[in-house]
Design a protein around this ligand. Structure first.
Ligand code: SAH
Ligand code: SF4
Length: 409
């Protein structure tokens, strides 16, 4: 069944959900951190200073213990340690691809009503001149794009702010991206840049615009020059096309925007990206044309997954070019990443090249995104967390062997 919800259901009873165990401060935005410090007894007149101190320890230095915060008074450190932790999401599994791509399966802290701790995935993709971290915004997804592995997993819940930021903290811990930290191995396959995470994309599990407020507040922490310092020009939110929220995102956050287009006709997009039935292509294009801040210097990226015999004809390429006329756009052709049980195949390489040529001739640089981390199912749309694999394995007669290595190299 396809759920077309304007908002994902708010499953938490309060805005500060009850977590099981000592809650963590790591990953909180300033407002939530202030509330947490006040609750631990930090006097009102000290709050601003303490927030600033913790901010820098947590997000510039990446410390994981209150003891390390040497300019914070000892009694305050003690009170904080009694009430809180600085835990990141727990790493259940780490996989490193032959191309240096790293995928983490992360277990979140259980909220009060949850029977078991939900899990999400984050992926780090190093290139020579940049390192891109792909993070999740929801556990599962309410939308059922037919070519997406995540779409086969039902929505468990929205991620909290600290769980979104926590994925960045985990990645920086694991690749040694804090001042004075040692990178793993000999640092081979990491970018030559000073900072190893130069870009962040909200292209993991979930539809980020259905978790608008938490994603917005997490992006503020990521972009804050006194915190994680990844500029908004290097943070990209990818949406399947939640039209009413696109303008609001531009106004309230203003990160770069990517649109999962994948088809240029409503009848096909209705099948591939079913939210199209609610917000058809014309409405989506109108929202792109008026996206706040859009310009030739700040183009919108249109993602187009190459599906053999489905959307990859040269006529499709021409209508893609036609559709994007007048919009400052980049086009990303994404070779389809197969997953167990999918009905789709990736287009032939020659067809992708022919398609790209039409797009290039129309004046778009359209790099075909080389699939990364395919050997560890870390590529776009292959993310799906263990919680579902367990459910699948619980079904009578189901094949319990999830995530087998795909057959192609
Ligand atoms: N929900 C958001 C962001 C996460 S999906 C969105 O849909 O935009 C990130 C990107 O991966 C989207 O463009 C999505 O369409 C694409 N994608 C999903 N499954 C894929 C697959 N199997 N192969 C290639 N790209 C895929
Ligand atoms: Fe959800 Fe995006 Fe996958 Fe569609 S492509 S099911 S919106 S994660």
């Amino acid at each position: 069944m396809v759920l077309l919800l304007d908002k994902t259901p708010d499953l938490s009873a309060t805005s500060a959900p009850l977590v099981m165990g000592r809650p963590t401060l790591a990953g909180l935005d300033r407002a939530r951190l202030k509330v947490a410090l006040a609750a631990a007894g930090v006097p009102e007149k000290q709050l601003r200073m303490r927030v600033n101190q913790l901010w820098s320890w947590m997000y510039v230095r990446g410390v994981t213990s209150f003891d390390a915060m040497t300019d914070v008074a000892k009694d305050v450190r003690r009170d904080l340690a009694a009430a809180y932790s600085l835990d990141r999401p727990e790493i259940v599994a780490e996989q490193v691809s032959v191309d240096g791509t790293r995928k983490w399966l992360l277990r979140l802290q259980k909220l009060g009503h949850e029977a078991r701790a939900p899990e999400v995935e984050a992926v780090y993709i190093p290139e020579s001149d940049r390192g891109t971290l792909c993070i999740s915004s929801q556990v599962g997804c309410t939308l059922n794009c037919s070519f997406c592995h995540t779409g086969t997993q039902r929505l468990v819940r929205n991620l909290e702010v600290h769980e979104i930021v926590g994925q960045i903290l985990v990645a920086r811990d694991r690749i040694g991206d804090w001042p004075g930290a040692t990178p793993p191995g000999d640092g081979r396959l990491l970018p030559v840049t000073d900072r190893k995470i130069t870009n962040i994309v909200l292209m993991g599990m979930g539809e980020p615009l259905y978790n608008f407020d938490n994603v917005r507040d997490a992006v503020e922490v990521a972009a804050d020059g006194e915190a994680l310092s990844v500029s908004k020009r290097r943070i990209t939110l990818s949406t399947s096309g939640v039209v009413p929220e696109i303008a609001r995102w531009g106004t309230e956050s203003g990160s770069m925007l990517a649109i999962s287009l994948h088809a240029t006709r409503n009848d096909l997009r209705d099948v591939l990206v079913p939210i199209n039935r609610k917000y058809p292509i014309a409405d989506l294009m109108a929202a792109c044309r008026t996206y706040p801040g859009v310009s030739n210097a700040r183009r919108i990226t249109f993602e187009y997954v190459m599906l053999k015999g489905v959307n990859d004809s040269l006529a499709d390429a021409k209508s893609l070019v036609q559709l994007l006329k007048g919009i400052p756009a980049k086009i990303n052709l994404i070779p389809f990443n197969p997953w167990p049980g999918t009905q789709y195949e990736c287009s032939e390489w020659e067809q992708i090249e022919r398609f790209a040529e039409v797009v290039n001739r129309a004046g778009y640089a359209s790099p075909v995104r080389t699939p990364r981390g395919r050997d560890i199912l870390a590529a776009c749309g292959q993310l799906k967390s263990e919680s579902v694999k367990l459910r699948a394995s619980e079904r009578p007669g189901a094949d319990a062997a999830a995530h087998p290595a795909p057959s192609e190299s």
